[in-house]
Design a binder for this molecule. Sequence first.
Ligand code: 5CA
Ligand code: ZN
Length: 406
Amino acid sequence: MRSWASPDVPRLIGGHSSAPVRINDSSTGDLVEVGTGQTSVLLYVCGITPYDATHLGHAATYLLFDTLQRAWLDAGKSVRYVQNVTDVDDPLLERAAQTGEDWTAIAERETELFREDMTALRVLAPAEYVGAVEAIPDIVDAIVALRDKGAAYDLDGDIYFSVAAAGGFGQVGHLGIAEMVRLSGERGGDPLRPGKKDPLDCLLWQQARPGEPAWDSVLGRGRPGWHIECSAIAMKHLGPTIDVQGGGDDLIFPHHELSAAEAEVISGEFPFAKAYLHQAMVGYAGEKMSKSKGNLVLVSTLRAAGVDPMAIRIALLAHRHDAAWEWFDSELDPAVERLARWRAAFTRETGPTTVPLLARLRDALRNGLDAPAAMNAVDDWAANEGDDPAAPGEAAAAVDALLGVV
Ligand code: 5CA
Ligand code: ZN
C-alpha cells in the first residue's frame, strides 16, 4: 500500500553521543533502553481498521510512535518502521452492511483520509504500509508454518491457533485467565465457541461465509484472522524479532499477546518484541473515544474548521502517554496560543542559548518519551530573553526535530 510523505527531520548537533533512549515497556512495567548499541532499530505499530476517520485517540497513538522515532533519530539510529492497515475485518464488513457501501470503497476512502491526517500532523511515515488484503499470501504462509508445528487445528472448517503451543503466552499482558477470557470476548474473540481446545485460542483462518469476501488458498477459501495479520506482516518486513511493538493499550490483550505468541511459535525465538509500548486510552464525554461508540473528535473535522494541525499536535502531546486522559474541547485554545508563542520566539532576532533547552528536550524524551516535560522546556526557553542571534533558529530546528512542531 502507498504510505504517506514523511516530513524532513533536521539533524541537531550533539545528539548521537549522549544518553540512551528509554521507554515504558508495558510487558515489564519498567523503563527500559531500546536500541542501545544498535545503528538500526525495528518498529512495528498496529495501524487503523479503516471504517471511520482518524479520531484524536488514534492521533495520540501515532504521535507516540512518532516521538519515539524522533528520539531514536536524534540518537543517530536509523529506524525501520512498518505499520499495517486492517483492511478486511468484521467491523469494516459490519459498517459496509449497515451503510450499503462496498467494503473496499470504505477502506480506501478512510485510509486515504488517515494519510491526509497523518501528513497534516507531520507524523513520520512507515517505510512499509501494508494492508491485510495485500498480505494474504504472507498470512497464509504463516498459518501453514503454525500448522506444520502442530500449533493450529481445524474447527468445522475454520483454523484456530492453539495457545497451548506457545511457551511465552501471557508474557505481554501478564493477565489472569479469567481476565483474558473476558477481554477476548469484548475485543473480537470467541471464548465461548464450543469445540475450541482452549477458550483463548484465536482464529487464524475463517472459512468463507455467504456474503463475505474470501480468498482461495491452500487453507481453503476464506479470510485471515486479526492477530496473525500483524505477526505475518511484521515478520515478513522486519524479521523474526523486533525492537518495539506498539499501539494503543486496548491492544495489549488479546491482540499483542496473541500476535507475539504466534510469531514466537513460528520463529522459535522469544520474545517477539524486546519491548512493548502503548498509548493509554483517550476518552471523550466520559468514555473511551471509539468508532464503535461514536463519541469522536475527528482530526479531519478540526482541520476542516481551520484549526492549525500543529495546534492539534501540541494539544495531544501535552498529555503523558502512560495514563488515560479525556479530551476537552477547551484544550484547543491554549494549544493555539502556545503555538503562537513558540512561533513568535522562533522568529525573534536573538534569544537565550539553546544548550539547556536541548539538554532538557533530550532528557525528557529519552526518559519515557515525556512530551509534556519537553514542551515545558520550550515554554521556558521562549519566555526568556537572550542575545544569541543563532538561538531562535536552533530552537526552531530542535522543536521541529524532536517534537515535530513547526
Ligand atoms: N487495526 C487494529 C490494529 S491491528 C486497530 O486496533 N485499529 S483501530 O482503528 O481500532 O485503532 C488504531 C490504533 O488506535 C490502535 O493502535 C488502537 O489501539 C488505537 N486507539 C483506538 N482508540 C483509541 C483511543 N481512544 N485512545 C488511544 N488510542 C486508541
Ligand atoms: Zn495489529
